[in-house]
Design a protein around this ligand. Structure first.
Ligand code: B1M
Length: 209
């Protein structure tokens, strides 16, 4: 099997040792960084598909994402040198009052795995901080996560604050266990994603058109 395919396989399996070894060897051999990145993304895309189809579960996704992250650490300096930038920039955070971050982190990892740059604001993020970060990083997308019914109003507040800030063209994507499409519509979000893999599809749908 060609090295690039082997790297894709290593990411799919979450085999970070093989992933690191292959990435390092290919860098040493002078392989184009965008080809290595492509192989890593293919691996995470497959992980996303299987996660969505319930053929893979949260711990396995986290292990695959860790393998990808480690290869990215090796690859990043070359990508910067070659001027290869993520296709989009997204800001993400869990809304004010809410400390749950496992689902948000999964979305963040899946986005990174799809070549979307992510600025992660963490948990308990005040509405104004989202707006500030979108402006500061020129983000095209903002992801809001909430796990508590009591913090759903915080998601509405964040959406309103971002809209009121008049930031041109930023797309608001919402998700989390108590969130529904109906709630997303009610608060004026651009899209709802039921899971982390769908959050990748949603970004592609609304920005790649
Ligand atoms: Co909390 N908690 N918790 N908790 N907790 C829930 C959410 C709860 C349902 C448990 C229960 O009562 N059955 C309940 C909420 C009830 C409600 O509001 N209806 C609850 C409660 C009440 C609380 C506290 C209030 C408890 C207390 O102190 N009395 C407290 C609140 C603290 C706070 O936030 N202010 C609290 C605290 C905690 C811990 C700190 C102990 C811990 C969080 C640790 C952490 O996140 N670092 C915790 C946990 C772990 C849970 C449960 C058990 C698991 C949540 C989780 O991580 N699931 C949860 C019960 C449960 O779900 N079984 C529960 C796995 C994760 C992968 O799923 O986050 O849903 P999830 O993410 C999914 C999708 O929702 C989606 O993608 C992911 C899958 O692909 N998604 C997005 C998420 N964000 C998205 C964003 C997107 C798109 C998709 O676009 C931007």
């Amino acid at each position: 099997m060609a090295e690039l395919e082997q790297l894709t396989e290593a990411i799919k399996k979450g085999d970070r040792n093989t992933g690191n070894k292959l990435t390092g060897e290919m860098i040493e051999a002078g392989r184009a960084p965008d080809q290595i990145l492509g192989a890593l993304i293919s691996g995470m895309e497959d992980v996303g598909r299987r996660f969505k189809a319930n053929q893979m579960y949260v711990p396995e996704v986290l292990i695959a994402a860790r393998a990808m992250k480690e290869s990215m650490v090796l690859l990043e300096p070359l990508l910067i040198e070659a001027g290869i930038r993520p296709k989009y920039t997204a800001v993400i955070g869990t809304v004010e009052g809410d400390l749950h971050d496992i689902g948000k982190n999964l979305v963040s990892m899946m986005w990174k795995g799809s070549n979307i740059g992510v600025v992660d604001l963490g948990t308990n993020v005040p509405a104004a901080k989202f707006a500030d970060a979108i402006r500061e990083h020129n983000a095209q997308v903002v992801g809001l996560s909430a796990l508590l019914t009591t913090t759903m109003p915080g998601m509405q507040q964040a959406t309103e604050t971002i809209r009121e800030a008049g930031i041109d063209g930023v797309k608001i994507i919402v998700g989390g266990a108590p969130i529904t499409q109906a709630f997303a519509d009610k608060i004026g979000a651009d899209a709802y994603a039921p899971d982390a893999a769908s959050a990748v599809d949603v970004v592609k749908e609304i920005l790649d058109t």
